[in-house]
Design a protein around this ligand. Sequence first.
Ligand code: G3I
Length: 332
Amino acid sequence: YIPLKELFKDHFFVGAAITPAHTDIRTPHGRTLVEHFNSVTAENVMKPDAIQRIKGTFTWTEADRIVQFAKENNMKVRGHTLTWHSQTPDWFFFDQTGALLSKDIALKQLEEHITAVMTRYRGMIDSWDVVNEALFDWDPDGQIIYREDSPWYKIIGESYIDSAFVYAHRADPDAKLFYNDYNSIFSWKRNKIFDLVKRLKDNNIPIHGIGLQGHWFVGTSVEDLRTTLELFRGLGVEIQITELDLSVYLSSNEPGSVVYTDEFNTRQRIAYPEIFRVLLDYSDAIAGVTFWGIGDDASWLDTPGRKHFPFLLNEQLQPKPAYFDVQRLLRR
Ligand code: G3I
């Protein structure tokens, strides 16, 4: 086999979401990272609850380890994430009585957080997910645009998004600034993303890219992916697939298995090359593809009795048949 990063080197970088433990090159995960990937994302340790759990007390050790590993091995880093409703300590939003903070205080704390994190890693991060998952996920009529249960939205309204990008650009003018979301390829979400990014650009807010997370099932429509890439390319921003994992199930209703069956293998041998065919067709607009993990041994999707086997590398971190089908798209 040809390592993933070699395979795609003329098209896009290939990344993986990792934990700090994965950076030890004496371990199989560390070796696999260096062999196959030229970018990493911290799966959890750069989120607000990891870096500033207590107001004013910054914990850099784990994030530093990942950034240092990337530097030593010539890899890019995707920064994930600065402004999110989840994995963000309560003090960002509430006072001691549990009441929502004022707009001014919440914005000031956001600015301080973004400035501290981006200043520490200035020049070392390729792209930052400045705002994550701000849009409401299901609303076919398009009446509800934003995730209104986000405390950011409750306190500040939609302009917290604009502010976050302005703070981020000030802190590291060279980093590419991204809006990142899931279910982005589906009609009910992609138009909202388009409208948001268009509004930001029209208002001269510094935004440089859209992250499509890519938590997909084998039955996910590649036509939706194609339509979305076509639409977003028109915005003139960079596109990245930021959290790719392709569950072997057709949907969340299918009974779980802990065995990688022939059926699962067949499904991924069809779906994976279909997806990468489309990504290659749009590689002029796509800068990178990041998997949300390394191999099938571990995925955030897995629960007892139900493994998702979502990657191109198996539980032993070896290429699966679908890997060779993807490889065949590039080397005939
Ligand atoms: O923080 C505690 C830690 O103190 C404790 O030792 C540990 C023991 O179980 O639990 C820790 O928290 C867990 C955290 O991962 C770190 O391992 C949380 O319970 C768990 O919910 C959390 O899950 C993460 C999830 O985001 C939370 O939102 C997943 O690992 C991570 O893959 C997932 O990633 C998100 C992206 O950031 C955004 N897009 C969707 C994607 C998948 O949900």
